[in-house]
Design a protein around this ligand. Structure first.
Ligand SMILES: CC(C)(COP(=O)(O)OP(=O)(O)OC[C@H]1O[C@@H](n2cnc3c(N)ncnc32)[C@H](O)[C@@H]1OP(=O)(O)O)[C@@H](O)C(=O)NCCC(=O)NCCS
Length: 287
């Protein structure tokens, strides 16, 4: 098996679902913009060098449906020969997309494949537009359909992670993000255009564009403020809007993993990509 390397990693800012700066920007626009940026920022890489695109998406329907893995590279201006597939492993979809991209290189099926991920939780909310669990199977296996919020509650109960510990972690995380933003450490962010539709005097809407430079969910946070929040998923629970991951709009083509001779292209490869055999646990017991 050949080696595969990651040589590029950029992303759009991540913005809050519904209330955030990308709430009027379609996911295809986010992902195609950032795919193009990834290629432009990679020395000696031309779009025609890409063999394939693996695009992770947890709810590939509506605006991010059909085969966005194929549509987005075309929107980015890549040539027709760049094929693409959409990959779904829910919240690990982007990671799975990188793994599949790497496997293609490792197996010799491809020289350069782009792994990527996109989600507009504004346009396609968590669970999708029409969730329809199997009527019989879901009664005996409700655990297959629970949200990560409930899984977080289960993990917290099983491993005795207190509300105070979760809030402390959340406050530290917000403080680190603030420091990183203020010290310009988010070098992987590419300022990315957003749309807003502004109502005109005659009742029509005009599309205006502006640039988003930072993740808009970073906020001044105190332990006192977090302690006031009510549980978001379970009565008497400990997971809140302040200590859980936010729901986000954003896109990222984190890698173009080329083969062992990456240096011949003039690239500084990141560390080796190791095999990623997945395993599953019961979501109710997390074991
Ligand atoms: C928990 C959840 C339902 C909250 O959604 P939401 O209501 O849209 O969340 P918001 O960020 O708007 O927060 C709601 C309120 O909580 C409070 N809040 C949130 N973060 C806070 C913080 N750091 N400090 C103080 N208050 C905070 C605010 O009052 C906020 O309202 P405001 O910003 O309008 O004042 C949503 O974030 C969620 O589903 N998260 C889990 C995502 C998930 O499971 N992902 C899968 C991962 S695998």
């Amino acid at each position: 098996m050949r080696d595969a390397y990651i040589v590029q990693s950029v992303r759009t800012p991540g913005c809050k679902q519904n209330k955030g700066l990308y709430n009027q920007t379609r996911p295809e626009e986010l992902i195609s913009f950032i795919m193009k940026s990834a290629v432009e920022r990679t020395k000696n890489l031309k779009p025609e060098d890409l063999d394939d695109v693996m695009l992770g998406c947890a709810f590939p329907e509506g605006e991010q449906g059909l085969n966005l893995g194929r549509i987005a590279p075309k929107m980015a201006g890549f040539p027709d020969k760049v094929s693409g597939a959409t990959v779904n492993r829910f919240c690990a979809s982007g990671l799975e997309a990188i793994a599949l991209a790497s496997i293609r290189v490792q197996m010799g099926w491809s020289e350069v494949t782009m792994g990527a991920g996109v989600e507009s939780m504004t346009f396609v909310p968590m669970g999708g537009h029409t969730p329809r669990p199997h009527p019989v199977f879901s009664r005996t296996n409700p655990d297959m359909y629970i949200s990560m919020g409930i899984t977080a509650e289960n993990v917290a109960n099983r491993y005795n992670v207190s509300r105070a510990d979760q809030d402390k972690f959340a406050a530290d995380s917000q403080a680190k993000a603030t420091r990183a933003r203020d010290n310009k450490l988010f070098t992987e962010i590419v300022p990315t255009p957003a749309n807003k539709y502004v109502k005109q005097a005659d009742g029509t809407y005009k599309k205006e564009q502006f640039i988003v430079e930072h993740d808009d969910g970073i906020r001044a946070t105190t332990l006192e403020g977090l302690a006031k929040l009510r549980p978001a998923f379970a009565a008497g629970g400990s997971v809140t809007a302040g200590n859980s991951s936010q729901t986000t709009d954003g896109a990222r083509p984190p890698s173009s993993p080329p083969r062992k001779n990456a240096r011949n292209w003039g690239w500084s490869p990141w560390p080796d990509w190791y095999p990623m055999p997945p395993s599953a646990a019961n979501p109710m017991k997390w074991a």
